[in-house]
Design a protein. Structure first.
Length: 201
């Protein structure tokens, strides 16, 4: 995810480096995709961006809310069926809770793995599932919460990419009647030879 965000930021930097005039439509598209198109009189294109932006936001908020619902459900479920206090517990504890039937089994496993520092010694970490089936059901809810959180992060990346596309579209609309030329340049020597491409709008 971080890699994609860095690539998008670099792309924004490159695009704006090519802009030497009339930055207002690009900035408006950066704030809200389609706004720049609307400023240029491209109502239909603007509407398409508005609709897409709304759908991405709805997807984002839906993912965030779904994540919260699952978190609330699996926390309450564990309290009821594992006799555990879930208040202010680290996420790793929530993961371990779904993998072991009780605290004793977990600590014994860590002892055999020679990982004594990973054991829980405080009584506030006590748990005992009333059935293996309920432990599995709890873990499924936890995983669904994680999945919903991932969808939310993808939606954030989508919002960033959508702005990038709108800015590119505005640049295209402003310059579509201008000639576009491609230049290539070979550089380097010996075994280190490369080629550079550049566009002039």
């Amino acid at each position: 995810m971080k890699r994609y965000i860095i690539i998008i930021i670099i792309s924004f930097t490159y695009i704006f480096a090519q802009v030497s005039y009339n930055a207002e439509p690009k900035l408006k598209s950066l704030v809200f995709p389609g706004w720049g198109e609307q400023m240029l009189g491209e109502t239909k294109r603007a509407k398409n961006f508005f609709i897409s932006e709304t759908m991405i936001w709805l997807f984002y908020f839906g993912s965030v809310q779904t994540k919260k619902w699952y978190e609330s459900d699996y926390t309450a479920f564990a309290t009821l069926h594992a006799d555990v206090d879930m208040d202010q517990k680290p996420y790793l504890f929530e993961v371990n809770l779904g993998h072991y039937d009780n605290l004793e089994e977990y600590n014994d496993t860590k002892e055999r793995q020679r990982l004594p520092n990973d054991k829980y010694s405080d009584s506030k970490y006590y748990w005992q599932w009333d059935s293996k089936m309920n432990r599995i059901k709890y873990d499924e809810m936890r995983i669904k919460s994680v999945t919903a959180g991932k969808y939310g992060r993808f939606a954030v990346a989508g919002l960033i990419l959508h702005r990038l596309l709108s800015v590119i579209d505005v640049i295209y609309l402003e310059r579509r009647n201008q000639s576009v030329s491609l230049h290539t340049q070979v550089y380097g020597s010996g075994d280190n030879i490369g080629m550079r491409f550049s566009f002039n709008f």
